[in-house]
Every structure is written in C-alpha cells, then in structure tokens.
Ligand binder design. Sequence first.
Ligand code: FMN
Length: 173
Amino acid sequence: MKILVMYSSLTGNTKKVAEAITAALPEESTLVQVADKLPIQNYDIVFLGFWIDRSSADNAMAQFMQQMHDENVALFATLGAYPNTAYAKKCMENAVALLPKDNTVLGKFHCQGKLAEKLVEKFKTLPPEHPHALTPERLMRYQKAASHPDEVDLKAVAQFAIKVREEFINKHH
Ligand SMILES: Cc1cc2nc3c(=O)[nH]c(=O)nc-3n(C[C@H](O)[C@H](O)[C@H](O)COP(=O)(O)O)c2cc1C
C-alpha cells in the first residue's frame, strides 16, 4: 500500500493537516508539496490538500487536479468559513468538480483555518459597503478561525485518513 499526501498551503494551515494525515499513516505515506509532473501513478491513494481561495481549491492545486487521471483521491481542505455550513460544502463541491471524471473520490474532509493576519488587517481598512468589510459577525468568524486547525481538527483528520485507507483495502482485497 502506497499513499501520497500532496498539499498546497500558503500560511501553513493545510500543511499542518497534511502532516497529521501522514502521521496517522506512518508506514505507507509520503508527504509532498504540490508540484507539476510529480509521478503519482505509483500510489494507491493520493490525498490532495488545498486551502480555499475564492470558494474553490487554490490555484496551484486546482491546476494539478485538472490534469489528473484514473487516480483514487481523497480531498482535504482548510477554509476561513465555518465548516458546518452549506457554503463550506459548496467549496468542496467546487473543488471536486475540478477533477476529471475518471478519478475516484474516496472521501472529503475540511476544517477551519486561521486567516492570514495581513488579510484581516486589510479588511479593517475597507469601506462598509465593500463585500469584505469587517462587520462584527465577520470579526467573530475570524477570531473563531484563529485557533484552527486545532487538536480536535487534527484528530478528526487522522480518523478520516484511517477510514479512507480501510475502506479502500476492503474494496480492493
Ligand atoms: C487570498 C485568500 C482568499 C481566500 N478565500 C477564501 C474563500 O473564498 N473562502 C473561505 O472560506 N476562506 C478563504 N480564505 C481563507 C483560507 O482558505 C484559510 O485561511 C486557509 O486555512 C489558509 O490555508 P493555508 O494556511 O494552508 O494557506 C482565503 C484566504 C486568502 C489568503
């Protein structure tokens, strides 16, 4: 069993989650950053991790996903929005839609990830009519996101990874 954990991460949130997946599958997994032309055909399962940018996978991972074929894939993501929302679900659906249909999606996981401080500072300067203007509701969301990914998220993603692996084995043996 060979498992690749490939991720794209701007500020480290998704990297943390990727590391938790690798730690949960210590014998079989290899951790790499997303890179063009990496040979992924030698792996039974490819975990793909990305941060949500404009409601879908970030550009580096989106480009990679669009040229993947015939792989068994499990997706994981971090995002600023609350995880248990229709919006978060929609972001993951947008990411799944990037994969050509000959790939098999084994599972999906997402959790909140703190917003880059610079971004929040920028939002503070925006006029009230701007879609990202810092309302009290948004400020609270950013403050809630600031502790994520936390220990609970990392435990949950470890369980997710183990489950994906077990289900794959049950199906193929
Ligand atoms: C340029 C930019 C765009 C973002 N767009 C979204 C978005 O559309 N929806 C969302 O929920 N979070 C958005 N976020 C928040 C990130 O997805 C979140 O902070 C994520 O955990 C960052 O992951 P990283 O640390 O691995 O880079 C955005 C962040 C940045 C910097």
